[in-house]
Design a protein around this ligand. Sequence first.
Ligand code: 5GP
Length: 194
Amino acid sequence: MTVSTHTRAPLIVVSGPSGVGKTAVVAQVLQSAKFPVKRAITATTRLPRVGETDGVDYYFWKRERFDSEQMLESAEYNGNRYGTPITEVDGDRIVLLVIEVQGAAMVRAKYVGEHLSVFLLPPSWEILEARLRNRGTEDDAKVSGRLRTARIEWERRNEFDVRLTNDRLGDTVRALEALIREQFTARGLSCTTT
Ligand code: 5GP
């Protein structure tokens, strides 16, 4: 599938607190999308979790490598660096950026009129906390740190174009798909199968 266009395809920023379900929502959108869209594989200096693969979930880079690459945006988050390598954005496909709020602010400043930003909200704080604890990937201290960061991120929710509450996964996926499709057609992008 390729896009024939004279307009640059927009970036779609998907942000929201850790544990809200950004990765799951985006994975489903990618699976069912009927238009050319991809997720940028971002880079991080944190260690891989069990089941995570380098080059698939993230580029797991050492600090020196991370600092030597050209990034579209980057941020320090809970003691690690995260960033989108510039090479992940090719301009003729809609690219989904699943990133935290500091990086989202950098995209907003740099890609005026060329992006749509979406903030995912948890149905409640209790549910967010339960999701983070049940994920079992972090110890108690790290979960508490992520919850503190989540509050700070939540306070910036109004900086985003759209806020979606991720209650039922299927509903959130459909809502995000509709937003992407809107961006697609509003910019006169056409979709052809090759
Ligand atoms: P985690 O360690 O749970 O995989 O990710 C922590 C946070 O960093 C999540 O909110 C995730 O979306 C965000 N993140 C992942 N990649 C990037 C990136 O390239 N840039 C920014 N700013 N945030 C990222």
